[in-house]
Design a protein around this ligand. Sequence first.
Ligand SMILES: O=P(O)(O)OP(=O)(O)OP(=O)(O)OC[C@H]1O[C@@H](n2cnc3c(O)ncnc32)[C@H](O)[C@@H]1O
Length: 173
Amino acid sequence: MTVFVGSLNPAKLRPVQLVFAQTFPELPVQGCPAASGVPDQPIGVEQTTRGAVQRAIAASQQPDARWGVGLEGGVRFDEAGAWLFGVVAVVRGPQLELARTAELRLPPQVAARVLAGEELGPVMDGLSGVHNIKQKAGTVGWLTDGLLSRADVWQQALSLSLAPFLHPELYRP
Ligand SMILES: O=P(O)(O)OP(=O)(O)OP(=O)(O)OC[C@H]1O[C@@H](n2cnc3c(O)ncnc32)[C@H](O)[C@@H]1O
């Protein structure tokens, strides 16, 4: 019985391993390739959530999977600017739980390029000089000078999504 994460990105796998080691230490955590079914750069909450759910369902269909976890990064736009966030989806049997990460406002020059259709990863690689930043401390790590990393925000959102699994008696309809 394994927790499968629908990604091979270490910035996603590490937080899932940390959280499950504390909550369900008997379950090994493993990454697997999983299609998100949405564009490489999801825009908006709806598209990003769909990507996370698709990844979680695909991961939960691995042989020997007990849980499937999907994490999807997205950018949303409102009158205050562009916000980087992520959605966590967790599937166990028929149960699906969702949580959102905290959000980071992107610099206007970055927002304009994403709005024009560029993917955030390469834009941030260029700005930061860090190759493949999305698999390291991420945009969050770089723009907060290391106060928080991309893995930290995933860890928090995943922890929130697990509450109904940790207290099933309180969440019964
Ligand atoms: O390997 P997978 O699991 O696909 O991980 P990913 O980082 O490529 O994919 P996400 O779905 O989480 O994010 C969608 C895109 O958003 C961008 N992105 C998200 N968070 C980022 C971050 O912290 N730093 C840089 N780019 C980020 C990046 O371009 C991603 O391709």
